[in-house]
Design a protein around this ligand. Structure first.
Ligand SMILES: [Fe+2]
Length: 194
């Protein structure tokens, strides 16, 4: 079926993508157990359920040849020492790639292969990251303001959250004594991420 070409508007400052068909939100309760410090998570949830991130999408066919486009905004904040982040995923079609473009705020892109090879890239406004096939990916807000980025990936790529939900990546991004650094994730075991 022939689709008509269309335009969308992007507000680089707010991350608004209009008109969008779907806005998804991820509160802390939707990410239970994904942050390392479960005691801090429990305490935060006793007094509320903060919004960690939201993303807006145009609903497009999940078919080869098409692209998916999304705008994500991660709030600033931490659970214990660990910065707010996206859930992270592999693609269901693992051989598909993705582009992230930083628009506002500051963050870090964590990536990992099923074999446990890890990589990270700092993302700033105007910085484009190319995520090659086979790399799982998660964005982290390391700043004090919303971290906003645009994503585009193949229409049929799909999402595989898999063991990232249980074990995360080999490294987590934490703040200790005002410093941001990558710490080993004690929960992660080699070979468990894919
Ligand atoms: Fe992706």
């Amino acid at each position: 079926m022939l689709m008509n070409p269309f335009l969308m508007n992007i507000d680089f400052k707010s991350g608004d993508l209009k008109p969008n068909d779907r806005t998804n939100i991820r509160k802390l309760s939707n990410m239970k157990g994904m942050f390392l410090d479960t005691e801090s998570e429990r305490r935060i949830l006793e007094s509320g359920d903060p919004l960690i991130y939201s993303f807006s999408e145009k609903v497009l066919p999940e078919e080869p040849g098409h692209l998916q486009i999304a705008m994500t905004s991660i709030n600033p904040g931490k659970v214990g020492q660990e910065y707010y982040m996206t859930k992270g995923h592999y693609h269901k079609l693992a051989h598909t790639s993705e582009v992230y473009l930083g628009l506002e705020g500051r963050g870090c892109l964590l990536m990992q292969t099923g074999d446990g090879i890890f990589a990270s890239l700092d993302i700033r406004p105007g910085v484009l990251a190319y995520i090659p096939p086979f790399w799982g990916h998660r964005m982290v807000n390391t700043g004090n303001t919303p971290f906003i980025f645009f994503a585009v990936y193949p229409g049929d790529a799909g999402h595989n959250y898999g063991d990232i939900e249980k074990t995360g990546f080999a490294k987590i991004l934490v703040e200790r004594n005002g410093e941001t650094f990558l710490a080993n994730n004690p929960r992660w075991k080699k070979g468990s991420s894919f």
